[in-house]
Design a protein around this ligand. Structure first.
Ligand code: FRU
Length: 494
């Protein structure tokens, strides 16, 4: 595989063949994580949208299954979610064999009488996701809208009662709409949120969940995820989040920077972004994970150029799954993300450096990697810039640099290799990452065609695709404008 397909990731899900986009129906049941996804079963471009299906027991090794919910001549199967209906509230299973229920968007076309509309529909499985049946009463929620989509359903159990809640979008209006239901079949309107913060593109793929702050169960916040395209922080597609309260009826944001529909570009950097790179979109979380863990996956691509990426018969990968939590930083509550680590089980380090001075200049490392986890910690000292080169070779390099004066971390993929397949692909991403105790800590995951950077324990992240030559696997560290201190560096990989 490697020689013929230098870009195919090892630990990031890709379909064996053909197109994929958004993760759908993320649900954990009986030891198995289910990943459904927007999929064209017939080609490497967007179309014939259906739900593909893969499963994993560790979120790193995935097994692809036959298409779960296929499109037909009347409807495309757009994004949505899945829940385990444990008490058979829907009546689609039995008390002894409750159903898995998928809630998806029917995007209707001729000859359907609903052609041109998007409405919400159900499909169910009585064999743990192996086979699926579309519900005969579809659609279950129709607002006569052309852009009503991406339902995320969860079980609410709080002051207002116990029921299913659906968050979906009126995409063009930049609104999240909330509904409730006792049985997943009949839905009652609750409230609307938005437009707010980033509104430079359509709102898609929402999610809503509660998390403790710094692990304290007595202090929680609700997190509203809103993916946006275009109008993302790095250009094109991205995900933003709002923090606030949810009383079972209404989400109230405490993190809205500007009210109203007017896009105020100068404030973009104040919004809550899930990731500051180009390739983290349509991110949503798993339902049903035990122990209050909240794990999200994004589509590792950007609608700006998704149809042009040079990967042959398969197109697009998911990101590594990320566990998300809330942490307080400088008095402000922010989202913190940790990727599921492909090398967590591996004892042996392929390379590590202890504390040492870093003279000005580039220092090549005697280790090479295209699939790796890199942990590095710097004290900038008198340097203006410190950082790493990854996937380097010949004229190719991906530059991860920290501007000490500005406190800004950058990822530069302009010279990463194949970058000319689309005019918007060459780019430099930036995120504020103030030093903590005088230190910059980075964890970087490389997987053939991707670089995912988690800074300062995951409070700032940058995810970017790169398409270097297979032989460009060199690594280096650098300091500029003065000497720095390298606290530690660990590389585990192949
Ligand atoms: C997001 C999205 C969703 C839609 C799906 C269609 O990438 O546009 O809003 O349901 O893709 O494939």
């Amino acid at each position: 595989r490697a020689a013929a397909d230098p870009y195919r990731p090892e630990f990031h899900f890709t379909a064996e063949r053909n197109w994929l986009n958004d993760p759908n129906g993320l649900v954990y049941l009986n030891g198995t994580y289910h990943l459904f996804y927007q999929h064209n079963p017939f080609g490497p471009d967007w179309g014939n949208m259906s739900w593909g299906h893969a499963t994993s027991r560790d979120l790193l090794h995935w097994e692809e299954h036959p298409v779960a919910i296929p499109c037909d001549e009347r409807e495309a199967i757009f994004s949505g979610s899945a829940v385990f209906d444990e008490h058979n509230t829907s009546g689609l299973g039995t008390a002894g064999n409750p159903p898995l229920v998928a809630i998806y968007t029917s995007a209707y076309s001729e000859p359907s009488p609903l052609a041109g509309r998007q409405a919400q529909s159900l499909a169910y499985s009585l064999d743990e996701g192996t086979t699926w049946t579309k519900y005969s009463g579809n659609p279950v929620l129709d607002r006569a809208s052309a852009d009503f989509r991406d339902p995320k359903v969860f079980w609410y159990d709080g002051g207002a009662g116990s029921y299913w809640v659906m968050a979906a979008v009126e995409a063009v209006e930049r609104r999240v709409v909330l509904y409730k239901s006792a049985d997943l079949k009949s839905w009652e309107y609750l409230s609307t949120f938005g437009p707010a913060n980033a509104t430079g593109g359509v709102w898609e793929c929402p999610d809503l969940f509660e998390l403790p702050v710094d692990g304290n169960p007595d202090e929680t916040k609700w997190v509203l995820i809103v993916n946006i395209n275009p109008g993302g922080i790095a250009g094109g597609s991205a995900g933003q989040y709002f923090l606030g309260t949810f009383d079972g009826v209404e989400f109230r944001s405490v993190s809205t920077v500007t009210e109203g529909f007017q896009q105020d570009g100068s404030r973009m950097r104040e919004y809550g972004w899930l990731d500051w790179g180009r390739d983290y979109y349509a991110a949503v979380s798993f339902s049903g994970v035990a122990g209050g863990r909240r794990i999200m996956i994004g589509w590792m691509n950007n609608w700006d150029y998704a149809g042009s990426t040079p990967t042959g018969g398969w197109r697009s990968a998911m990101t590594l799954p990320r566990e998300v939590s809330l942490a307080r930083r400088d008095g402000k509550v922010v989202l913190r993300q940790t990727a599921i680590d492909p090398f967590a089980e591996q004892e042996s380090r392929s390379f590590s450096l202890g504390p040492q001075a870093l003279a000005p200049g580039v220092q090549d490392l005697p280790v090479a990697a295209a699939v790796a986890r890199i942990d590095v910690e710097f004290e900038p000292g008198t340097a203006d810039r410190v950082g790493l080169l990854v996937r380097a070779g010949g004229a190719e390099r991906t530059v991860i640099s920290y501007d000490v004066v500005e406190g800004i971390l950058r990822l530069d993929r302009r010279e990463t290799g194949q970058a000319g397949f689309h005019s918007t692909f060459p780019s430099v991403e930036a995120v504020a990452a103030p030093l903590q105790d005088g230190r910059l800590r980075l964890r970087i995951h490389l997987d053939r065609c991707s670089v995912e950077v988690f800074a300062q324990d995951g409070v700032a992240t940058i995810t970017d695709l790169v398409f270097p030559a297979e032989a460009s696997t060199a690594l280096a560290v650098f300091a500029e404008g003065g000497g720095a201190h390298l606290v530690a560096l660990d590389v585990v990989g192949r």
